[in-house]
Design a protein around this ligand. Sequence first.
Ligand code: SF4
Ligand code: FES
Length: 257
Amino acid sequence: MRLVLNVWRQRSAAEPGKMVRYEAAHVSPDMSFLEMLDVLNEELMAKGEEPIAFDHDCREGICGMCGFMIDGVAHGPRRGTTVCQLHMRVFKDGDELWLEPWRSRAFPVLRDLVVDRSAFDRVVAAGGFISVSTGSAPEANAMPVPKRVADVAMDAAACIGCGACVASCPNGSAMLFVSAFAAKLNLMPQGQPERDARTLAMVERMDAEGFGSCTNHNECEAVCPKEIGVGFIAQLNRDYLRAAVRRAPPAKSKGGD
Ligand code: SF4
Ligand code: FES
């Protein structure tokens, strides 16, 4: 297969970027999208040109490091698939593709297709943990968790923190990521003592990092490679409201005795 790739090239956050056109002439349908870029990068380096920078680690859809826009869609055209697991057989010989980094205020571009997602780390550091010393793994039946709750918590825990939800949201909202992260802790018995504090801290840090609000476009759910549902956002809103009410000082009574 031969493909034409228009790739966003930007040497650093301080320099302007631009689209550059490349021909990928030796593409096997069995390659992953990142392997196709590896081959293109080897050809660029052989010609003395700078390789295209892109993030990756596991290349098996579990670490959340990879991700960029292909033709305006986060992680490309296959639903429920990270770009590292996207295979070239999805495309046709002669296709022309446009590759861009995540574009969102809270994710500044570092180089080419690589963005700084450390804002996610700071949201997690604000409250996405259980602070009690839990020791070694408890006996499985010591703390029963209803199957339905365990299943939903596992769905939430599938989030890999890739940031596609933020990049696809017209508001640059991180609500899908934050709600999934909070839910996997807020649903479990071990997560209850810090549920309010965790919810308030993560949402307030999310706002401080410059992520926007959720206005129910649902683009996040459509592109999420782990198919996290927007129902978690509703759950986070309920948790946040309850925690904010509990935190508010009691209203002073007016007059009377
Ligand atoms: S919610 Fe989905 S799209 Fe957002 S960070 Fe998690 S896995 Fe990625
Ligand atoms: S490289 Fe780990 S999820 Fe894609």
